[in-house]
Design a protein around this ligand. Sequence first.
Ligand SMILES: *Cc1c(COP(=O)(O)O)cnc(C)c1O
Length: 375
Amino acid sequence: MNVPFCDLKILYDAQRGDLDAAFRRVMESGWYILGREAEAFEREFAEWCGAAYCAGVASGTDAVELALRAVGVGPGDAVATVSHTAVATVAAIERMGAVPVLADVEPDRFTMSPASLERILENHDIRAVLPVHLYGQCADMDSILRLARAHGCKVVEDCAQAHGSLLHGKKAGTFGDAAAFSFYPTKNLGAFGDGGAVLVPDREAESRVRELRQYGWRRRYISEEPGFNSRLDELQAALLRVRLARLDADNAHRRRAAGRYLAGLADIPGLELPVIAPDCSPVWHLFVVRTPRGCRDALAEALAERGIASAVHYPVPVHLQPAYAGRTSADPAGLPCTEDLCGRILSLPMHAHISDTDITAVCDAVRAVLAGGPR
Ligand SMILES: *Cc1c(COP(=O)(O)O)cnc(C)c1O
């Protein structure tokens, strides 16, 4: 048996004709940076998300930084986010000179705990709140927006794992003052290289991202403020347009796959399945189960022996990583849920082309290891 964790080559095979045509169109055009393809992709992606404006950038990390700067966060400002996330979230905050203040997550939803955020807002002068829609499910935006507004904070969404994720029928990236997306190849909408985008509801913020992503230029060659280079190139934009046309179908496949997992893994003693929060429709960037304490690594090894890949997102929370030691939480209660989850979570194979056979094989194997045999 061989069940890969995800398979990027399948994405090319599934759309080879259209991708090859897009590649040739750009190569023949003689225009490779900030041209028609990037503009068309920005328009199409904004429309798909239901957002007013979109600016393409070079990566998701850049998108987080530029989204924060677009809403007015500056050096020295405190930004509340979570420690249970890709390190990029926190790296982006620090790169622009802002200070990450780490909140705990909710055990079922894996996203920012409003109770923890509230304690932080009461103890700290926070400029912006940066929830992460982790694993493809929206954070509790009702509570987070209410708390942030009550404290006069901007809200920036990290949507790197949540392209198309719904809350109250609205897509991730349309709740706050700005949103950041990554198009790293494994994301639900992935390029064939690096890429990212910032969504914003107003034209001023959009202009600011467009200036900052290109040396602070408003007019060509005249920098209004120090900027840098973070552009989405024409080739990636053209390839992303092809992939965007399939994203609804891909997300639907992931939703069906998650439904099969939830049924196939039901009632295994000690195994906790992902919980779909009220009025949410996740896009299942990852399918993450919680194992009994002390069992995770043995389960991963037993699956590997059966040819089944798995992964851990993420084994060490940001505040416990060597580079970020000392970024402790401002929550007087600490980060108990974050620290508990990192030792128990396991991501099972999930991608837009996973087969029913593979899912059944994974479910049977997990059941065999944890409960001593298939039902
Ligand atoms: C992938 C990811 C990022 C960073 O995106 P890059 O394109 O790799 O820079 C940021 N935040 C989260 C939650 C991510 O998963």
